[in-house]
Design a binder for this molecule. Structure first.
Ligand code: ADP
Ligand code: ASP
Ligand code: MG
Length: 401
């Protein structure tokens, strides 16, 4: 008998009727003989609503308290799903992250899973229960409730599958992984499969369909991940190791991210010490920097631009202002009007000219680029959000996405 880990996201458990539908599906699947571990997210927009309340009370709520607050969302949905299953005669028990020993480390609101106590889950499965686990949460070495970053229930599911040697099925409100977000570009194509590596880039670059840490864990432990519509009626997408066919495709997908801002430090002293001080102090605050560019020195001064998540902007600005005393009197500018577009594909390793094609298309459409970065399998550029739709359509057409 195989263990299967399934995960249902917020939209999939948004109403009691949807929870009842999922309970019926789980009952059928169990009757076919699978042992089921089910991870659920908070209902609908619950997490946003909880955060909204916190920020109405304070501009700077403590991350610890945000974790205590946000984790309540998932606790509601696990209990309701378990109740719905029991009601239709299907044995099920719900568990918080703490109860199944989901251990985490790191910063509150951005914690990482380090281990899970599989014995508790295996015992429950042996008792013929469907085990329902709260996504997105864990407990750290100080016995504090932690959360895994927005969208983190995917990570709970993949980490559980890794620990239990199971396959992982992610059920959501879209019927698979598309070449680009089908809500932004309806002509996007659904992929039968995508490599871990490409999905990791896409997820880190804003394709919100999967939490990037889930893909990292999936790749590390070789967990087969299947992403599909919550009704299970239509074939979805497999996330797996790359194969020859995948390597032939130059561009697999386009990720669009409107959640970043760009900070420019003007007149920074031209010294590696100043640059390293800037990035070290941001790293100490757990701020993730993505794109970086530097101008050539004039009078021994440079301008340094970089992008970071909008949520971290206030902390970054405060950190940079505090550093002026030690580095010099630079001027800080912020640009909140950026959209980051990234083309991703493992075929880029062997085929040249992708950047040229991307920039030509943007030039033909009069779209200016604010900052660029590349890696072996991606090219990202930040543009004005007003140009976003035009740019997505033009790039998607150029690369046949
Ligand atoms: P869940 O609540 O189930 O976790 P999410 O909202 O986190 O669901 O993720 C599903 C959404 O991801 C879709 O509704 C879709 O708009 C968005 N999305 C972004 N990029 C892609 C992509 N490349 N393929 C499919 N969906 C995408
Ligand atoms: N409920 C959490 C969020 O909205 C986790 C998740 O949905 O995966 O971010
Ligand atoms: Mg999600």
């Amino acid at each position: 008998m195989d263990i299967v880990v399934q995960k249902y996201g917020g939209t999939s458990v948004a109403t009691l009727d949807k929870i009842k539908d999922i309970a019926r599906r789980l009952k059928e699947r169990k009757e076919k003989g699978d042992k089921l571990v089910v991870v659920v997210s908070a209902m609908g927009k619950t997490t946003d609503d909880l955060l909204d309340m916190a920020y109405r009370l304070s501009r700077n709520p403590k991350p610890r308290e945000l974790d205590v607050l946000m984790s309540t969302g998932e606790q509601v949905s696990i209990a309701l799903l378990s109740i719905a299953l029991n009601e239709i005669g299907c044995k099920a028990r719900s568990f918080t992250g703490h109860q199944v020993g989901i251990l985490t480390e790191g910063f509150h609101t951005k914690s990482k899973i380090t281990d899970i106590n599989a014995d508790i889950i295996l015992e429950e499965l042996d008792k013929d229960n469907i085990v329902i686990v709260a996504g997105f949460q864990g407990i750290n070495e100080n016995n504090e409730i932690t959360t895994l970053g927005r969208g983190g229930s995917d990570t709970t599911a993949v980490a559980l599958a890794a620990k239990l040697g199971a396959v992982c099925e992610i059920y959501t409100d879209v019927d698979g992984i598309y070449t680009t977000d089908p809500r932004r570009y309806p002509e996007a194509r659904k992929l039968d499969s995508i490599s871990y590596e490409e999905m990791l880039e896409m997820a880190s670059l804003g394709a919100g369909v999967m939490h990037s840490r889930a893909i990292e864990i999936g790749q590390k432990y070789g967990v087969p991940i299947y992403v599909a519509l919550n009704t299970g009626d239509v074939p979805g997408t497999y996330i797996k190791e790359s194969d020859e066919k995948m390597e032939k495709t130059v561009i697999t997908g386009l990720a669009v991210d409107s959640n970043d801002v760009m900070i420019t430090i003007n007149n920074l002293p031209y010294s590696i010490k100043a640059i390293s001080d800037v990035f070290n102090s941001l790293a100490e605050k757990h701020i993730n920097i993505d794109m970086i560019s530097q101008t050539t020195p004039v009078n021994n001064l440079i301008n340094l631009s970089f992008t970071l998540p909008k949520n971290d902007m206030n902390t970054a600005l405060k950190t940079l202002k505090d550093m002026k005393k030690s580095i010099g009197d630079y001027k800080i500018e912020t640009d909140e009007a950026i959209t980051k577009l990234s083309v991703v594909g493992i075929g880029m390793r062997t085929q040249s000219g992708v950047a040229a094609r991307m920039f030509s298309v943007l030039a033909q459409n009069d779209i200016n680029i604010k900052i660029i970065t590349t890696s072996e399998i991606r090219i990202s550029c930040a543009i004005d959000p007003e140009d976003q739709d035009k740019a997505v359509t033009a790039i998607a057409k150029e690369f046949n996405l």
